[in-house]
Design a protein. Structure first.
Length: 410
């Protein structure tokens, strides 16, 4: 309740500041797509499909509606917010980020700033565009699809930076530390659905559906809902993360983070059907520019998650991707390979959580103008999930999709 009230106050404050301020900076993005999906029902509709879209999406749909704003409050203070409109699985509007930033002016060689509110930890090098979107593929990697679903900071973050220019050096370094609440259910989707590939970001106070897993009918899991509220506070404990950024001549960027939501897996909110999961992971991301036109991006995620007394559910998860992207004049072509896996380490026989898969995504984007972009993407993946058999689906499935995208910035 404390976290929900705190965050509602932050949202309201950002909205009031934005409406009242004359110096607000506003950016936006509208993206419409036509999708040729497959007949495996998406997890958004309670199916086992790992794509955002399926045959029910074989029509024009609003894939991204983003309003990104910032307001300068004083010389050192600013407010930021990102509002997302979604059409699937239901029409909705909500914030994915809303925070206040303090960045003091200083003559010191070191720079620092603080963010307070709700925002993404800056683990990803794949999603630097407006509203945490990717300029490379339309479908995010498995890692960042999950982060966009279940991971968000609702708290405070401090960053201290050692800029290269200040030290006449080729190297820049940043150290990041944060504490937060409200991310207790993170790990739910990985355990009962597994990783997925999509670009659907969860707004605050939004729920995410998954297939009607048979294990949830068992007595031991009687309190768990068939959905997850990823940003709910359950156990009253603070989580934390720490990270390091290294930039060499703006040619090579490396980021490594350790995240721990410090969840008490024995705690459950019976009214909402949400457990606190004990979820921790390490993320390492690297971007290397071969030239101004060609770059390589890679990321690895490795972690564990547990829920319930006596390790009722105890899983390890792992994923990596490698992407090559090349820009030539108004064209950008990107190719990405994903691998993902969840390992079931508990002895709860009625609830098998093992899953794995891999995917290949190829994207072409063309800048018709500074504001309008057209693109096409083809993607294929194959996956295995041990819990599909109990709900009368094949454990192994293969999926493909092709999408046409039109994007307008303002």
């Amino acid at each position: 309740m404390i976290t929900n009230n705190f965050f509602k106050a932050t949202l309201l404050s950002c909205a009031v500041l934005f409406c009242c301020a004359s110096n607000a900076q506003v950016k936006g993005l509208l993206q419409i797509r036509a999708v040729q999906g497959d007949n495996v029902l998406s997890w958004q509709e309670g199916g086992i499909g790992l794509y955002r879209h399926d045959t029910q999406s074989d029509e024009l749909t609003l894939s991204q509606g983003i309003l990104d704003f910032s307001v300068d409050l004083a010389s050192s203070w600013s407010a930021h917010g990102v509002l997302n409109a979604n059409q699937d699985p239901d029409v909705g509007l909500g914030f994915t980020q809303a925070y206040v930033k303090y960045q003091p002016l200083s003559n010191s060689d070191y720079k620092w700033h603080v963010r307070v509110g709700g925002f993404y930890p800056l683990m990803s090098l794949e999603s630097p565009d407006i509203g945490w979107t990717s300029p490379y593929n339309y479908t995010n990697s498995a890692i960042n699809s999950w982060i966009g679903e279940e991971v968000r900071t609702v708290g405070a973050e401090v960053t201290i930076k050692r800029p290269a220019k200040r030290f006449n050096s080729a190297h820049s370094f940043s150290v990041v530390g944060a504490t937060f609440k409200g991310n207790d259910p993170a790990g739910t989707l990985l355990s009962w659905r597994g990783f997925a590939l999509h670009d659907r970001q969860t707004t605050f106070n939004e729920s995410i559906k998954f297939a009607p897993i048979a294990a949830l009918n068992e007595y031991e899991l009687r309190w768990q809902a068939n959905q997850v509220l990823p940003f709910e506070e359950v156990d009253g404990r603070f989580g934390y993360y720490a990270g390091v950024h290294w930039d060499y001549l703006k040619q090579s960027q490396f980021r490594v983070y350790y995240y721990d939501n410090n969840g008490d897996p024995t705690k459950v909110n019976i009214s909402s059907g949400q457990y606190a999961w004990d979820t921790r992971f390490v993320s390492a991301a690297w971007l290397y520019k071969f030239s101004k036109k060609t770059r390589l991006i890679a990321q690895i995620l490795n972690g564990k998650t547990a829920m319930g007394g006596n390790l009722l559910i105890n899983n390890a998860f792992y994923s990596h991707y490698v992407m090559l992207s090349h820009k030539e004049n108004k064209h950008r072509v990107s190719l990405r390979y994903d691998y993902f896996k969840v390992t079931d380490n508990d002895t709860t026989a009625f609830d098998p959580n093992a899953s794995y898969g891999e995917g290949l995504t190829a994207t072409w984007r063309y800048d018709l103008s500074k504001k309008i972009q057209l693109g096409i993407e083809a993607s294929a993946l194959k996956s295995f999930a041990a819990n599909r058999a109990a709900i009368n689906f094949n454990e192994r499935i293969s999926q493909q999709q092709v999408m046409l995208n039109a994007q307008w910035r303002f």
